[in-house]
Write a protein that binds this ligand. Structure first.
Ligand SMILES: [Zn+2]
Length: 491
């Protein structure tokens, strides 16, 4: 591995990241082989303006030579760049699990709609520097991208050519999220994707294959522990305290994923009469009902007893129409509101924030990872004011964070996951983490696994191995699943 430029030579397999390298958004990891270039995830950069602006840049040349794309899960920082990637000329297939296909469609349509609305608002109110302000992509671009989606069940091996095949393994995290095993010229490379919890509200713990030569692993919470306490207890305390002060509880969360976990916890707390049955719960999201239907459709992916997935939606008012947001804000009496986006970067949650932030009786409860540069991170860092749509709002409401509800594995869970391989891999590559978390996890992994650990740097290829053609065997036919059908694209 002396000469990194070997990665550009023909008879090697190399890895290169074009996002989620020393940061947590914009996931794009390219596996370069002599015959096929495989892109794992194609996410949007989110958070700081300098990152978001990168979504508008022309992608590096290497990404114009992608043959196959594989998507680990439906979060926007993993799939949000796909419509633009297709618009820029990608013509290949995009493989994913069936629930990921449904959720990615929801999320991408919502993303396009929000961008169209934001561009429209910016043009009408004149707060954009760009005239006219344009969306990054449109609903029509999303519909074109959907034509490339192909679904594959976990555990089903799919051959891409005589020497490369891959398989999905459920990773917890959100519905449909998977780790990915790529068998490639006799070696096994495992991409963790985003890893979930070992004791999640709705999903089973992550699983992975028994063997890997190389592991490309997320490290979002590489330096932190979520704590052993049941997050429901912290939740109940925050609710009771806010109701006592006659305030409102605002929970910024994405409508797909965390929102369903929170609804299940609220249902549990109400059922056990730990919080009052009478406190209204609003889920203000056009996607929420569809995301709920996905939970019912893919009940096999959940740990819930039959029927509970239906019951947890009872007593929740879902605001489909944006005109109901203002009505909910004005409604008298304490209430719990769940609204997107989870990191307060946009969406209807900002309308609630404008009203609720300035009143000390209210609570804003942060439950997910808050990336650097987002309003969510700023609030957790106790900033005195927040700028929303060109205006400043003083932070008077109580800001609380509950780590236990995170969709990401903590340091102990990350270690449990990687120690689950029968043998330690030859090398581990860390992606999807901010520098402090990655450095802490690198040291920990090196000490506990005694293997080389590399933090991926953006745009710098890492040579994985040289191909020894004389020892190569063509993959047996049993390893080569039939071409799965292209998923039907819903109108
Ligand atoms: Zn994710």
């Amino acid at each position: 591995m002396n000469n990194e430029n070997d990665a550009l030579n023909n008879e090697v397999v190399s890895l290169q990241s074009f996002g989620a390298a020393e940061t947590v958004t914009g996931s794009k990891h390219l596996l370069q082989t002599p015959d096929l270039n495989i892109l794992v995830d194609c996410g949007l950069f989110q958070g700081m303006k300098s990152l978001r602006e990168r979504n508008w840049e022309m992608p590096p040349a290497e990404l114009s030579a992608v043959d196959v794309m594989i998507l680990t899960h439906a979060h926007l920082d993993h799939c949000g760049y796909i419509p633009l990637f297709v618009k820029n000329g990608y013509r290949g297939k995009i493989y994913m699990s069936p629930p990921t296909r449904d959720l990615a469609e929801l999320i991408l349509r919502d993303s396009a709609k929000l961008q169209e609305e934001d561009a429209d608002k910016a043009n009408r109110r004149g707060y954009s520097k760009h005239r006219p302000a344009e969306p990054l992509y449109t609903t029509k671009d999303v519909e074109t991208a959907l034509q490339h989606f192909v679904t594959l069940e976990p555990g089903q091996t799919f051959g891409l050519n005589d020497h490369i095949c891959f398989k999905f393994f459920p990773a917890g995290h959100i519905l449909g999220a998977c780790s990915l095993e790529i068998n490639c010229y006799g070696k096994t490379i495992v991409f963790s994707g985003d890893l979930g919890r070992y004791h999640s509200e709705l999903l089973p713990p992550p699983v992975h294959p028994v063997k890997a030569d190389f592991v490309v692993m997320e490290s979002t919470y590489g330096d932190r522990l979520h704590g052993a306490d049941d997050p429901a207890e912290a939740f109940a305390l925050a609710i009771k305290d806010t109701v006592f002060r006659r305030g409102n509880l605002l929970i910024p969360c994405f409508a797909v994923g965390r929102a369903q976990d929170v609804m299940h916890i609220l249902w549990r707390l109400k059922n056990a009469q730990i919080i009052p049955q009478s406190i209204p719960v609003f889920l203000d999201s056009p996607m929420a009902a569809s995301a709920g239907r996905s939970l019912l459709k893919y009940a096999d992916w959940l740990t819930l007893p039959p029927g509970e997935a239906v019951q947890m939606f009872s007593g929740v008012t879902i605001n489909q129409d944006y005109r109901l947001t203002e009505k909910t804000i004005r409604q008298k009496g304490s209430k719990i509101v769940l609204a997107a986006s989870g990191m307060l970067t946009g969406g209807r949650v900002l309308e609630y924030l404008k009203h609720y932030l300035v009143d000390a009786r209210n609570t804003v409860l942060m439950i997910g990872y808050q990336a650097e540069g987002t309003r969510g991170r700023a609030l957790l860092n106790q900033v005195p004011e927040i700028k929303i749509h060109g205006q400043y709002y003083p932070v008077k409401a109580r800001i609380l964070g509950i780590g236990g509800l995170s969709a990401h594995a903590d340091q102990t869970e990350l270690l449990t996951w990687i120690k689950g391989f029968e043998q330690a891999p030859n090398e581990v590559f860390l992606v999807h983490g901010e520098p402090c978390a990655q450095e802490a996890f690198r040291v920990k992994l090196k000490d506990e696994l005694r293997v080389p650990v590399t933090i991926m740097k953006e745009g710098r290829p890492k040579l994985l191995f040289r191909i020894n053609r004389s020892e190569l065997k063509v993959l047996p036919l049993s390893e080569m699943a039939k071409q799965p059908p292209v998923s039907p694209v819903e109108g």
